[in-house]
Design a protein around this ligand. Structure first.
Ligand SMILES: [Zn+2]
Length: 526
């Protein structure tokens, strides 16, 4: 019998490759490229049943784990390397790019991804799993970064030399150029996501007629602020020359105006690495000694199937009318949602995670970063900030033993700046919903709490936290806010827990809560 090896493989970059985007088109294409590449890599494995992770090839997983017979290993590695190297050049050629052999343009495309793998003979599944994982993390840390010193740097990734110009005459490297030309299914611009709900209610004939005013229509043209001569000259050739006439036509489409905001949701299951290496007991507690050999492999196969079921559910929940999924990796996903459906989508995601992954008594937690942004804010900044918010949320709810408890962060952006930020646990987050439709006078709130400060002695702290309790009760009890006594007591308790952590007061987050309430209650079509 031939010897069996445990084979673990990862490619980089994934997250940062997807995040290198100036437009939603780049963003979708980046994710599509990774997804298609991983599918191609999975096809190279001799037997599908040998693959433990991922359980389905429709998800973007940065980890592939499989059993492989020793005599097939060399051939497999060669195939994987070849597939990866040829992947982007083939896509570029299909898009009509000319690539001379050994040219720097071609090399850029060939070298963008790096493949790391480790394989060890399976003596026991558990030991082998630990060993390949350890090897892989060492190899990944040794990878080399090429710093280039060219004046002509790509404006999208900012790291490779530019050889091409996109349709806006901006310099791009061949990789980012391929992104801009990549065929991605049904992507939408940020204005397209923001206006989704508004567009669903339009009369189709009138809408089509409106679009005919322009040679190049995009959803930004549903906002009157863009119907200006210089804007139209730059982006959209006019069929109909009379702008006033077009404005009237837009106004007659609907009495309502489209909201200017879209939402980016960044979801990540907590402690997944730890869960995979140790396994869970019957009630879902992470085992301190870990599972034994056979059980760990069975657990991996089961857990892998759960994650891929959840991933498929995410794709269904975020249907075309609600938003777009950028990528879905089983234990994490990134998606756009139009604000109207945000609460509904969050509820369904929570339910689906409970039903598909969290089938244990002891719950596996997750962290979410929700970024609500004006459609004109620079997309790459929003992507960057969303990742930072997820990190901050995880850090806030991380214990000394480095286990993360799960939380939700929310940020609201105008076209140019951050308007509100709040990080809370699941209960505190549902508080935001309780404030739905309530008018909060932020100015008077800040006046009321002007005595409070974050930095103080313990005795001062006790005094101040009591004053906050009292003032908060009075403030929430105001008739114009309209909470019942019961509600006031509950909300007061939660908000006090929120400001009051380890004998220090987090006032930024406290006011951040009310700023977020204020932002969420605004009509965002002004
Ligand atoms: Zn680039």
């Amino acid at each position: 019998m031939s010897k069996n090896y445990l084979f673990s493989l990862t490619i980089t970059p994934i997250q940062s490759f997807i995040a290198q985007a100036k437009t939603t088109k780049d963003f979708y294409s980046g994710s599509q490229i990774i997804s298609n590449l991983i599918q191609e890599l999975l096809k190279q494995f001799p037997c599908k049943d040998d693959i433990i992770f991922p359980a389905s090839n429709s998800i973007i997983s940065n980890k592939i784990i499989a059993r492989i017979a020793i005599e097939k290993q060399e051939e497999l590695i060669e195939k994987l390397q070849k597939t990866m190297k040829a992947f982007l050049p083939l896509k570029a050629l299909c898009n009509g790019m000319e690539l001379k052999s050994k040219s720097p343009e071609l090399q850029q495309l060939e070298n963008v991804f790096q493949l790391f793998y480790s394989s060890v003979e399976i003596t026991g599944y558990k030991e082998s799993y630990f060993e390949v994982e350890k090897n892989l993390s060492i190899i990944k840390n040794m990878r080399l970064f090429n710093q280039i010193s060219s004046k002509n740097i790509c404006y999208v990734c900012g790291e490779r030399e530019s050889f091409c110009q996109d349709k806006n005459e901006k310099n791009r490297c061949t990789v980012c150029y391929t992104k801009s030309r990549y065929e991605s299914e049904s992507y939408l611009s940020t204005a397209g996501i923001a206006s989704l709900y508004y567009r669903q209610k339009l009369d189709n004939t009138l809408y089509e007629r409106y679009k005919e005013n322009f040679y190049h229509f995009d959803e930004a043209l549903l906002y009157e602020e863009n119907l200006k001569e210089d804007y139209l000259k730059k982006h959209h050739h006019l069929n109909n020359k009379n702008i006033e006439e077009i404005k009237k036509q837009l106004q007659s489409l609907s009495k309502e105006k489209p909201t200017k905001q879209y939402v980016l949701i960044n979801f990540d299951g907590d402690n997944i690495g730890k869960i995979l290496s140790n396994g869970l007991d019957n009630i879902g507690k992470i085992l301190s000694n870990g599972l034994d050999n056979i059980e760990l492999e069975t657990f991996h196969r089961e857990f892998s199937t759960k994650l891929s079921t959840f991933s498929q559910a995410v794709n269904k929940i975020i249907s075309d009318e609600k938003g777009r999924v950028i990528y879905s990796g089983g234990d994490d996903f990134l998606c756009f949602v139009t604000p109207y459906y945000l609460n509904e989508v969050l509820d369904q995601i929570k339910e689906s995670f409970e039903n598909n992954v969290n089938t244990y008594q002891e719950k596996i937690s997750y962290s979410i970063a929700i970024t609500i942004s004006h459609y004109k804010a620079p997309l790459h900044k929003i992507i960057e900030n969303s990742r930072a918010l997820l990190k901050a949320t995880k850090a806030k709810y991380s214990s000394k033993s480095k286990l993360i408890k799960g939380g939700i962060g929310i940020e609201v952006y105008s076209s140019s700046s951050l308007l509100a930020k709040f990080i809370g646990d699941y209960n505190e987050f549902t508080l935001l919903k309780q404030f739905d439709g309530k008018k909060i006078n932020l100015y008077s709130l800040e006046q009321l709490f002007s005595f409070a400060k974050s930095d103080m002695q313990y005795s001062e702290y006790l005094l101040i936290i009591n004053m906050i309790k009292l003032e908060l009760k009075r403030f929430l009890g105001r008739r114009e806010i309209g909470f019942s006594d019961d509600e006031v007591a509950k909300i007061q308790q939660l908000l006090i827990a929120q400001v009051n952590r380890n004998y220090s007061i987090d006032l930024d987050n406290f006011f951040g809560f009310f700023k977020t309430v204020e932002q969420l209650s605004k009509d965002n079509n002004e």
